[in-house]
Design a protein around this ligand. Structure first.
Ligand code: GLC
Length: 480
């Protein structure tokens, strides 16, 4: 290649990297270090979001209106002095950290993100910076400490959601008219110092954290410079922590990915939506979604998504190379709503059979599959993926290809089970090695002709939410 060609190629590469640039960490870090820091998050695929605060006392109902949630204070415009009284009624005597963690773990979740502070400014932990926290409730314990300990014991990554916007603090730049406790002029430097002091408490008293999940960054007083500084501050306290992109100003609305030059943070945060396609390797994201219509507890909201929808949302995110952060809004007594528990259990039942097809997988190599979704994993000799051999019904002696070449396992999530018993995989150029049904680990026969691999499956779908069929192929997938 001559010099001008080289220059053209490098210009093209630079341009490409600007278009598809991953979320770049601001602190100095090599690509390999970045990958290492993100590794657990990329493997996990599934987490629990918990929105819990004193807004769970009114439980979404006020003056005949039933549709409030964690935005209660802003939407009712209740004077701060009146809202503060909810703290006196917040007494979650049913709270059992180990039980919450058990529910999450049994559902197949690998991390928990809980609100240390939502937009109402109330700290769900014992903070030395303010009385507007759990200290001023009859519940004298620190639920977040208990949860942190329970997570650590269970091998679940513990993470905080911390709101940047604060309707309660007198120094938040867009102070609300109904903040009847605040005097003087708001001062964002003072506010930032306060928030940093709280973040220091959270980063030094609760053990190693998985993620600092910021939110409420969109109001004008929060700037790119403040976002950048906060990112570096949090990474400075815990170098391995992952920080979402809502720390800065780059987020593009509910779609959640970053645009423009003001990108800060490690991953994108689509909200209540799953992107139509993934963004390629190295661009990390996590869709956060509710089970009903609210994040915070709303006792009248019975608009629950079915467990099939939730399972398919998890599959959908995973098949596009992203994570699924599914929310529960506990009551002021400290209990998960029973409808949430039922759904967590249904997901757990599905995960028990099919989790290998979720954890540590990569995005689908197919642009679209009419009957469902796909994920993939490269099989390494002796890896836990080969653990199938311990299964009594497993008939294959070698998890790898006959020739010893690399094998990729494709996991097909079949939503529409073929009535004729033939699952058609279109356009896959690779040599098939073996196929089997996840449920019961049943080997399946297949044919490979006319640019199509056809897997012969039983007449009935093993699982109405999604049945998983695995196909091992030689090499990395090549789609025609
Ligand atoms: C939001 C809301 C909020 C919720 C969150 C979850 O932007 O302000 O109440 O906590 O997103 O992603």
């Amino acid at each position: 290649m001559n010099l001008s060609k080289l220059m053209k190629a490098s210009l093209l590469l630079t341009a490409l990297s600007l278009i598809v640039a991953p979320f770049v960490a601001q602190a100095a870090e090599s690509a390999a270090e970045h990958d290492q820091r993100m590794a657990w998050f990329r493997d996990a695929r599934f987490g629990l979001f918990i929105h819990w605060g004193v807004y769970s006392v009114p439980a979404g109902a006020w003056n005949g209106k039933l549709n409030y949630g964690e935005w209660f204070m802003e939407e009712t415009k209740m004077p701060v002095s009146q809202y503060e009284k909810f703290a006196g009624q917040f007494n979650p005597v049913k709270f059992d950290a180990k039980e919450w963690v058990r529910l999450a773990k049994d559902a197949g979740m690998k991390y928990i993100v809980i609100t240390s502070k939502h937009h109402d400014g109330f700290g769900m932990f014992r903070s030395d910076q303010t009385d507007w926290c759990i200290k001023s409730t009859p519940f004298q314990r620190d639920p977040l400490k208990e949860l942190a300990d329970a997570c650590r014991a269970a091998g679940i990554k513990f993470c905080f959601y911390h709101s940047i916007m604060d309707w309660h603090h007198p120094d938040w730049g867009t102070r609300r008219a109904w903040n009847d406790k605040a005097n003087g002029t708001p001062d964002m430097d003072r506010y930032t110092a306060y928030m940093k002091a709280q973040l220091k408490e959270l980063s030094t008293r609760y053990g190693p954290l998985g993620i600092m999940w910021f939110d409420g960054e969109w109001e004008a007083p929060w700037t790119h410079a403040r976002g950048l500084d906060l990112y570096n501050y949090v990474r400075g306290l815990q170098p391995n922590i992952i920080v979402n992109n809502r720390v800065g100003k780059g987020r593009s609305g509910m779609a959640g990915m970053d645009k423009g030059a003001e990108r800060v943070g490690d991953y994108g945060t689509p909200e209540q939506e799953i992107p139509p396609t993934g963004y390629g390797p190295g661009v990390d994201w996590e869709s956060c979604m509710t089970m009903n219509n609210h994040w915070g507890y709303n006792k009248n909201d019975q608009n629950w998504k079915s467990s099939t929808t939730l399972i398919r949302n998890l599959i959908d995110c995973t098949s596009k190379g992203g994570n699924y952060l599914l929310n529960v809004g506990p009551t002021s007594e400290g209990a998960f709503p029973s409808a949430s528990i039922e759904r967590l259990e249904a997901i757990g039942k599905w995960m028990k059979v099919n989790r290998e097809a979720i954890y540590g997988t990569q995005a689908s190599p197919f642009e679209k599959l009419v009957w469902g979704r796909c994920t993939q994993k490269k099989l390494a000799a002796g890896s836990s993926v080969a653990g199938f051999r311990q299964h009594a019904a497993w008939p294959f002696d070698d998890p790898r290809g006959k020739s010893g070449a690399d094998v990729t396992r494709l996991y097909f999530f079949v939503y529409d089970w073929p009535a004729n018993g033939q699952l058609v995989i279109p356009g896959l150029a690779n040599q098939p090695v073996r196929a089997f049904l996840f449920d019961g680990r049943k080997p399946l026969t297949f044919t490979d002709a006319n640019n199509c691999i056809t897997i012969n499956v039983p007449a009935d779908a093993p699982d109405k939410s999604a049945s998983v069929v695995a196909l091992d192929i030689q090499g990395a997938p090549q789609i025609r």
